[in-house]
Design a protein around this ligand. Structure first.
Ligand SMILES: Nc1nc2c(ncn2[C@@H]2O[C@H](COP(=O)(O)OP(=O)(O)OP(=O)(O)O)[C@@H](O)[C@H]2O)c(=O)[nH]1
Ligand SMILES: [Mg+2]
Length: 644
């Protein structure tokens, strides 16, 4: 199966899932089961599945064929090259291809001069007017390709300007670009490009990141510290005609080599195998040579030969455009697509399926509890009414008085439930402050100040270490606060259950300690970046500032996720309390109603019991239906897609 087909199926599953979720929510609402906590959970699941993005980044030294490979895998349908690919340096700025329905098809370009300002790329993303916009006509491949050509644009600037933009550094002369005979230096015209188009794969949440050869981007911390570490998959490309060069190896070691389970997110491609198709050698000889290149490259990178795929992007593109099956076969492009589809996409799917399954389990638990409460109430009423059979009017009157007394008692004790709420809210406030923006900002600005100190270069690790230690302490404190809240909820719920016969269940607490891993990753990517001789750039104060902004943006994402988790937890607890209160009040009203009907008509008793019994069997059906609907949602994505 091609990557495109795999991705399509993934999209079909997601669409179906969203539809089923909608049906479930309508059904819940029809059966009066859509309490606030449940609604929140449904909305969250829906957003997660709908907005699920998968970023695949293409990274390599210049001219290895990144852009060509993107053309071959994703854009052959246009019948021509869409991303510019040519000899020498071509792609000059990181280029993200994605789809946003709220924006018309266009190319947006952020001028390189924005590097002189401290805002992070994420900040710039939220300032659309700072980007130059070119509209794209997706039905006209020529216009499309011509417009996208802009990502290759350059400017010539003085050495001083190049230095301030981060392209020139006296401390690392080997990495500096060549100076022209006029003393000027070529630098990219744009800092970042965003392409928005309704390509079927992009529409389904795929984001492709094409990057310029990494030497050119040392000064863009965001690529190294934010974009690449967050990519779900990275395709690293070597060229058969150059073998693994020193700079290839440098990029691999410094930016891409990972250990353990993360290895599955890396795909290494040995491109340009067509350069080895030699008419004077037999096909077997050629295959042998390719195989030996493959195993050599694998060995140098510390991988097994199977982890390196040998392809020809150019011939693959040509074969797809000219519908030449034999050439396509020879290009081996389809093997690469299968690896992308099964390996990378498969992994993404599994992660999403896990999230979904957890969400549905909690949903089932929450609604199940509500059904259970109702069933118990009905049962009690039936017993109550059964006990009235053959009793005289004064007994019935007594009963009515008793229920009314119970109701009054219950209303009076509403204050106790209120008290639980207010303690809960007070504790939560501390927790939110611990995870809040103000707190985080102060931590990061301490680091920024430290980084700007003259002579900090040697102490960079220490400065980062100190800040992240602080953040870890903060996180532990937040985790501890959450544990305290949870045990408060457990205690109060237990008391309320005992006192009022509620069936409150403490919601699943957020797992804040899990975010230590994210913090460690962020720290690592920054230190890795700074260790690449970039520490020298710290001499420039605006550089330190920019680094701090990039750090803040990334930390914010982690903290926002944590805050969302805390909010969901809070809502689930509050919604349960509300729901039990409401159910109980309704229960009193129903019981009193039943007794008054019996008081009014002699046959009222049997009729009411029958009514309740029918409600009971109705509720059993509801319970079964709920299990069925949620099971349906949990169905394996694969099986779903095939059935579709
Ligand atoms: N023979 C051959 N040439 C290829 C192949 N893939 C790419 N090329 C050529 O190699 C050159 C560089 O390809 P690009 O796609 O621009 O390389 P890149 O990695 O994007 O390079 P930068 O954008 O400069 O970082 C172009 O002339 C491509 O046509 C291939 O499989 N075989
Ligand atoms: Mg390129």
């Amino acid at each position: 199966m091609t990557f495109n087909q795999e991705f399509d199926e993934h999209g079909v599953w997601r669409k179906q899932f969203a539809l089923r979720l909608k049906l479930l929510s309508e059904w819940l609402s029809d059966h009066d089961l859509l309490e606030a906590g449940v609604r929140e959970r449904l909305d969250q699941l829906h957003a997660q599945v709908k907005n699920d993005k998968m970023m695949v980044a293409f990274v390599a030294e210049f001219s290895r064929g990144k852009s060509e490979l993107i053309n071959a895998v994703f854009f052959a349908g246009y019948g021509r090259r869409i991303m510019p690919a040519s000899a020498g340096r071509t792609t000059m700025c990181p280029t993200e291809l994605g789809y946003d329905a709220d924006v018309p098809p266009c190319l947006r370009l952020l001028p390189i001069e924005t590097r002189l300002q401290p805002q992070s790329l994420l900040d710039w993303r939220n300032a659309p007017d700072k980007w130059e916009r070119v509209d794209l006509d997706v039905n006209d491949p020529q216009q499309l390709a011509r417009a996208i050509q802009k990502v290759a644009e350059v400017r010539r600037v003085s050495q001083a300007e190049a230095a301030s933009l981060g392209f020139w550094n006296d401390g690392t002369p080997n990495e500096n670009p060549l100076v022209g005979s006029d003393g000027l230096i070529e630098v990219p015209k744009w800092r970042h490009a965003l392409i928005n188009m309704a390509h079927p794969l992009l529409k389904q949440g795929l984001v492709i990141l094409d990057t310029p050869g990494l030497n050119a981007i040392g000064a863009e911390p965001e690529l190294t510290v934010s974009l690449l570490p967050q990519a779900h998959a990275v395709v690293f490309i070597l060229a058969a005609d150059t073998g693994v060069t020193k700079s290839d190896l440098g990029i691999w070691r410094e930016h891409l080599s990972v250990v353990g389970e993360d290895k599955a997110t890396r795909l290494v491609v040995l491109n340009k195998i067509d350069t080895m198709w030699d008419a004077l050698s037999s096909p077997e000889q050629v295959q042998l040579q390719i195989a030996s290149q493959r195993s050599d490259s694998a060995e140098i990178l510390g991988l097994s030969p199977q982890q390196v795929l040998a392809v020809s992007a150019q011939k693959g593109l040509l074969a797809k455009v000219s519908r030449d099956d034999k050439l396509l076969q020879a290009s081996n492009l389809m093997e690469l697509e299968a690896a992308l589809g099964e390996g990378l996409l498969g992994q993404r799917r599994r992660i999403l399926a896990e999230v979904v399954s957890k969400g549905i389990q909690s949903l089932r638990q929450e609604t199940g509890r509500l059904v259970h409460t109702r069933a118990r109430d009905i049962l009690e009423q039936v017993q109550e009414l059964d006990g009235l059979r053959g009793k005289n009017t004064s007994v019935i009157k007594q009963m009515r008085l008793r229920i009314e007394q119970e109701q009054a008692d219950f209303d009076a004790s509403g204050a106790k439930i209120q008290a639980v709420r207010s303690v809960h809210l007070r504790l939560l406030k501390d927790l939110f402050a611990q995870l809040g923006n103000t707190h985080l900002k102060s931590r990061v600005s301490e680091l920024a100040r430290a980084l700007k100190q003259p002579g900090i270069k040697l102490g960079v690790r220490r400065a980062y270490g100190k800040t992240f230690e602080q953040l870890a302490v903060d996180l532990n404190r937040a985790d501890q606060l959450a544990a305290e809240i949870q045990s408060m909820l457990e205690g109060s719920f237990k008391n309320l259950n005992a006192e009022y016969g509620f069936s409150l269940q403490p919601p699943t607490p957020p797992r804040l300690s899990a975010y230590h891993k994210d913090l460690a990753l962020i720290e690592k990517s920054h230190l890795q970046y700074l260790s690449l001789g970039n520490a020298l750039r710290l001499a420039q104060p605006e550089f330190a500032e920019r680094l701090a902004r990039a750090l803040m943006s990334r930390l914010r994402v982690v903290y926002d996720t944590a805050v969302n988790e805390v909010e969901l937890w809070n809502k689930s607890a509050a919604a349960q309390l509300d729901a039990q209160l409401r159910e109980r009040r309704r229960n009193f009203t129903r019981r009193i109603e039943a007794v008054s009907r019996i008081q009014q008509a002699a046959g009222g008793l049997d009729e009411r019991i029958r009514e309740l019994q029918s409600q009971q069997s109705q509720l059993n059906l509801t319970d079964a239906k709920l299990a069925e609907l949620t099971n349906h949602l949990l169905a394996e994505p694969e099986a779903e897609a095939v059935a579709a």
